[in-house]
Design a protein around this ligand. Structure first.
Ligand code: AMP
Length: 441
């Protein structure tokens, strides 16, 4: 086959937004034909140079929405021109990878820097003179303090997941970095360089913008700031594409239930969420021992190991990833078919974040949650937040057992007195939107 026939056609819909040819080639190779809603809104505006607040749901192509204009504006060999801050290491890696893929046919280089690994590696990476740096705030400050990273040439300043970035814990770090930028407005609203025009464009993107976060973000931006909201971004978190259900289970039966569920579902790619690092470790060990192809990701692992696990997961090297919330934030892997909340989250927002790992870019997915007798309130809070009833499910042939110390006594009734059981097979659409009513538990 000749070379020519192998080149996919350049995506005209992106060309119409003003995207350069070399970037279009990367997009074509990735199979990005149509811009997502946030991309259609953000790319042309960003190319005009105004400061932007972009709001869109997780998994709707935000990375490319800010990455593409940066790649169109960056110039080879002119120093670090874009700094992208992310709240977690995993997200930094992911954003870096996405930008590198899109940049494949451009001369622009992107690197990621984050804590938890030797700073020497970052220094070597910076010596390659990248034009784009993606990083977590702590490591970026460290590199700035060591004078390994300079912000003199910055033309694009991006904060990803700005709602988390401006969370109390990060505010000082963000202020520290942003106020080092030339011409950056101080929090008082005064320009810090004798009113000189700002030398860079600021883009803040997020799934949500509370009033407070927006007010804070605007302090670092140059008016007139354009706020772009992708249709549906303001809705309650959308989890409608995800089939959802819960299983009533006692703590001592959870592992058996998980095994039965994995056997029933045969997931292509599943994430099993645990509340603690230790729990995740133990569970992954048991699954591995029982011959299930799985890995674990949590804060007890070295960063290099975490990166390696994520890479393996992306490439489908194993089927089940056992994860804690922190380590999984920002995980964006196409084709995650199942989310299993082995430990139900206490915070309903965490539930939405977890199940948002599946059903990316409009694809479907399933989310199952294990609920113990004590967790009825947690379930109700989740249901209130997503404005849906999550139906109870059972697995054919799965029997609840007595606590280990009472084995031999008659079997107790199911732990959570639930409404009539529906199983995914009986045709009812799980998690269908319906008015909330009191659940009898
Ligand atoms: P993000 O919201 O940036 O995490 O992106 C979610 C997923 O959508 C990622 O796997 C991207 O590679 C993918 N993606 C982003 N833009 C497009 C597009 N225009 N067409 C198809 N896939 C896309």
């Amino acid at each position: 086959m000749s070379d020519k026939t192998e080149h996919p056609e350049l995506p005209q819909a992106f060309a119409a937004l003003g995207v350069r040819n070399s970037v279009l080639k990367g997009l074509a190779e990735l199979g990005y034909i149509t811009p997502s809603e946030i991309q259609s809104l953000l790319i042309p505006k960003a190319l005009t140079g105004v400061d932007l607040l972009g709001q869109a749901r997780t998994g709707t192509g935000k990375t490319a929405a800010f990455g593409i204009p940066i790649l169109c504006g960056a110039e080879k060999g002119r120093g670090v021109q874009a700094l992208i801050l992310t709240p977690t290491r995993e997200l930094a890696v992911q954003v870096d990878e996405e930008i590198r893929r899109i940049a494949k046919h451009t001369p622009i280089r992107c690197i990621s820097v984050y804590g938890g690994q030797k700073i020497r590696g970052d220094i070597i990476a910076l010596e390659t003179n990248p034009e784009i740096v993606v990083g977590t705030p702590g490591r970026v400050i460290d590199l700035l303090d060591r004078r390994m990273l300079w912000l003199d040439d910055i033309r694009f300043m991006v904060l990803d997941e700005v709602d988390r970035m401006l969370d109390i814990g990060f505010r000082d770090d963000i202020r520290n970095i942003l106020t080092r930028l030339k011409g950056m407005r101080q929090e008082s609203g005064e320009a810090n360089s004798s009113g000189a025009p700002q030398g860079h464009q600021t883009i803040f993107v997020s799934a949500t913008f509370t009033e407070e976060i927006e007010r804070l973000a605007r302090r670092y931006m140059r008016e007139p700031v354009e706020k772009l909201v992708a249709p549906g971004a303001d809705d309650k978190p959308t989890v409608e594409n995800v089939e959802q259900g819960y299983y009533s289970v006692q703590p001592w039966d959870k592992y058996r239930l998980l095994r039965a569920l994995l056997k029933q579902e045969q997931p292509d790619l599943a994430i099993v969420f645990c509340r603690t690092k230790h729990g995740a470790e133990k569970l992954a060990n048991s699954l591995t021992h029982d011959g299930i192809s799985c890995r674990e990701i949590h804060g007890n692992l070295r960063q290099s190991k975490r990166d390696q696990v994520m890479k393996g997961f992306k490439h489908g090297k194993f089927d089940v990833l056992v994860a804690t919330d922190l380590a999984s934030r920002g995980i964006d892997v196409a084709g995650i078919s199942h989310i299993i909340n082995y430990d139900a989250p206490e915070d309903p927002e965490v539930y939405v974040h977890r199940i948002g790992r599946t059903a990316r870019m409009g694809a479907g997915g399933k989310a199952f949650t294990f609920i113990t007798r004590e967790q009825g309130d947690e379930l109700t809070r989740i249901e209130n937040m997503i404005n849906m009833i999550i139906p109870p499910l059972t697995i054919d042939g799965f029997e609840h057992r007595q606590p280990p110390e009472q084995r031999g006594a008659p079997v107790a009734p199911p732990p959570v007195a639930a409404e009539p059981t529906v199983s995914p097979k009986n045709g009812m659409r799980l998690g269908a939107k319906m008015p909330l009513r009191r659940r009898r538990r």
